[in-house]
Ligand binder design. Structure first.
Ligand code: EAX
Length: 323
């Protein structure tokens, strides 16, 4: 066979193989509500992408997109038009009621408590409730302890919150807490938050430091009070349509990528927590750091009574008592 013919055959074979590989490739789309470059969700999303592409030898290619409407993303995952979302638990309780339990104010003592309890069999038990609701709860991730910002005044005590129109997530547990404190909770998707603050439709909002920093919320809010009133978990939620097509080995691969994503996400929260408050002061916010959280917990007594009635009291106690 001539040299030319051998070269042509080799090229043809390479083209077929690459086409075959390209055909075998599966595109995965993951959406989350924050800037990918410098946010705690973005850190997780990037590691998920890198880990899954590496472990699958390129069989899976992950595209990361931003979508700041968490309810919309969860609905898309449920109907199978989106493969994965990283979202806070904000709207999740409307799809998986058991998740409302982890949104109770002052439930978790600190980050170690929250991470340990959610990574324990108790947290796994809640993730297992997702499938019957048409979702796959892949892994707990993290948004962080939420703090209050507003444009009207310094907030030092629960009484200072009275009368403030506070944007909350579309989350019944949070809304009850703020109405118990005498605020006017105004639920809306994250996508509507900045315009609402700019137009003065609401006076304040509450979010973890990483979210406030990544979205420059300091540009539309003057006062920050480190209330730490509730720990905000996040989740990697997958589509049953995709998950059902994975074999056991592939599921393990996706789970490995999810674990690596969670660790990167939490590391970014830890870093942002250490530097974020000083950064927000530098950007001009007035920060109240010493907050008597016992006063806030006392002011929330009526809400806690309701939570005990409406939510799974046993699950609440197990999460609260986890050590
Ligand atoms: O998940 O809606 C919110 O306030 C969330 O904390 C934000 O989208 C990050």
């Amino acid at each position: 066979m001539s040299m030319l013919r051998r070269a042509a055959l080799a090229l043809g074979l390479a083209a077929t193989l690459s086409a075959g590989t390209a055909l075998a490739q599966t595109e995965i789309t993951l959406q989350h509500p924050l800037p990918t470059a410098n946010s705690h969700y973005g850190a997780g999303a990037m590691v998920f992408k890198e880990t899954l592409e590496r472990l699958s030898g390129g069989k899976y290619r992950v595209t990361i997109q931003r979508n700041d409407n968490e309810r919309e993303m969860i609905e898309s995952v449920q109907i199978g038009t989106l493969d994965f979302t990283i979202t806070s638990t904000g709207p999740v309780g409307n799809f998986v009621p058991e998740v409302r339990t982890v949104d109770v104010p002052f439930l978790f003592r600190d980050y170690a408590h929250a991470r340990g309890a959610l990574d324990s069999p108790i947290g796994q038990e809640i993730l297992e409730k997702f499938q019957r609701r048409g979702l796959i709860g892949v892994i707990w991730m993290e948004n962080g302890f939420r703090h209050l910002t507003n444009s009207r005044r310094e907030v030092n005590t629960p009484a200072d919150i009275r009368g403030l129109k506070v944007r909350t997530m579309e989350n019944q547990v949070h809304m009850r807490a703020f109405s118990t404190l005498g605020a006017l909770p105004t639920p809306m998707a994250f996508s509507e938050l900045i315009p609402a603050l700019q137009q003065g439709t609401v006076d304040g909002q509450e979010n973890p430091i990483p979210v406030i920093v990544a979205n420059n919320i300091n540009q539309v809010q003057k006062y920050l009070t480190l209330t730490g009133h509730v720990y905000s978990p996040a989740l990697l939620i997958g589509s049953p349509a995709l998950w059902g097509r994975l074999n056991a080995d592939e599921k393990r691969m996706f789970q490995q990528a999810a674990t690596a994503a969670r660790d990167a996400n939490r590391a970014k929260v830890t870093a942002d927590e250490q530097s974020g408050v000083d950064e927000l002061r530098r950007r001009g916010m007035t920060v109240v750091t010493s907050v008597d959280t016992a006063q806030f917990q006392t002011a929330l007594a009526a809400a806690f009574t309701q939570y005990e009635k409406e939510l799974d009291g046993n699950l609440l106690r197990r999460l609260r008592d986890w050590k």
